[in-house]
Design a protein around this ligand. Structure first.
Ligand code: NAP
Length: 310
């Protein structure tokens, strides 16, 4: 499909792409670049690519596909650096969690003779770095591509075929719409998780050891999200401000209504909402985006194991 694929950034997402390319033999040459020599050495030790350089201008040479897999805050500098080294006809894509900013940060720097197609795999874990990746990360997950106006259909078809080869379903969307959808399905939930874990950390009347000890009550599931990469998430909120503010406004209004229902003991309202939200989870399971294993698929201790653990 591609002769040479260059990956800039080789953390969770970049290394998962490298592994998927390797496993499926989707390109004879994978060239890897990242900011630090330490991470580059790790990538080489793991055998993720065929050539390596801390200089992104070196790896993009002769590449027919370049995928930027770094935090979005680094995109503009990367775009400026690689622009004059890209092969004519190459596809330039990315995996960043926001899309309007990515178009603004990259497009002005790219030459007219390359195909710029931003992308975002809706898959990930709370872990970072080249060791964290795995080839099946994208299997059964969505990948959203947000082509700019006038995008060449053949280039779009090629990139779509690559993501399908990784096991993903591909959806085409406008960048602005993508940012709204992701604000409510990913960005605001992360902000809520960061906030609730932060609030628990500030509490004086409940001790830290109690928070940890009794975390299975619901808190624990927020801590998984709140353990996500700090730099990546800092950049998401710096670059998707408008959509996040819009969704946070809606969220605060609904929270005030809930607060009111709790204050005035409006059980009917609470039960009606909780019934609707339970149905949303059911639809997510039916769509294959989650399993209905008990306790969110986590290992549940038998009473004997629990006794031993205690
Ligand atoms: P990660 O595991 O922290 O890896 C980031 C990689 O980017 C590292 O190799 C890092 O290199 C490199 N990097 C950082 N700054 C750079 C720069 N200025 N120039 C070149 N390389 C640089 O992060 P990730 O989770 O793979 O996220 C990468 C991208 O994927 C982000 O844009 C994020 O929005 C998107 N994304 C993430 C997820 C997720 O769940 N994690 C899901 C979908 C999309 P060094 O170690 O050398 O600094």
């Amino acid at each position: 499909m591609f002769e040479k694929i260059a990956l800039i950034g080789i953390g969770l997402i970049g290394s998962s792409i490298a592994r998927a390319i390797r496993e499926q033999k989707l390109a004879p040459h994978v060239a890897i670049s990242t900011r630090s020599q330490v991470t580059l050495d790790k990538a080489e030790e793991l055998g993720l690519g065929d050539s390596y350089s801390v200089d992104p201008t070196v790896v993009v040479q002769d590449a027919d596909l370049v995928i930027i897999c770094a935090p979005v805050g680094a995109y503009e500098a990367i775009g400026k650096a690689i622009a004059s080294h890209l092969k004519p006809g190459a596809i330039v894509s990315d995996v960043g969690s926001v899309k309007e900013h990515v178009v603004k940060a990259l497009q002005p720097h790219l030459p007219d003779n390359v195909h710029f197609i931003p992308g975002h795999p809706i898959s990930g874990t709370e872990n970072s770095g080249p060791e964290a990746g795995f080839a099946s990360l994208f299997e059964g997950k969505w990948c959203i591509l947000t082509p700019v106006e006038g995008t060449d259909q053949t280039a779009l078809d090629k990139l779509t075929a690559l993501w399908r080869a990784f096991g993903s379903d591909v959806e085409i969307m406008d960048a602005k719409h993508h940012d709204m959808v992701l604000a409510i399905t990913s960005h605001v939930p992360h902000l809520i998780a960061y906030n609730i874990v932060g609030t628990a950390d500030h509490l004086e009347s409940v001790t830290k050891s109690e928070v940890i000890k009794f975390s299975a009550g619901g808190f624990r599931d927020f801590t998984r999200i709140a353990a996500s990469d700090p730099v990546m998430w800092r950049d998401v909120f710096l670059t998707n401000k408008e959509a996040v503010m819009e969704m946070l406004g809606r969220f605060s209004e609904d929270l005030s209504m809930l607060q009111r229902a709790v204050r005035f003991g409006d059980g009917e309202m609470l039960e009606e909402l909780f019934t609707r939200t339970r149905n949303i989870r059911r639809s997510i399971i039916d769509a294959g985006q989650e399993t209905d294993a008990p306790d969110f698929g986590r290992h549940v201790s038998t009473p004997e194991e629990a006794e031993k653990e205690a």
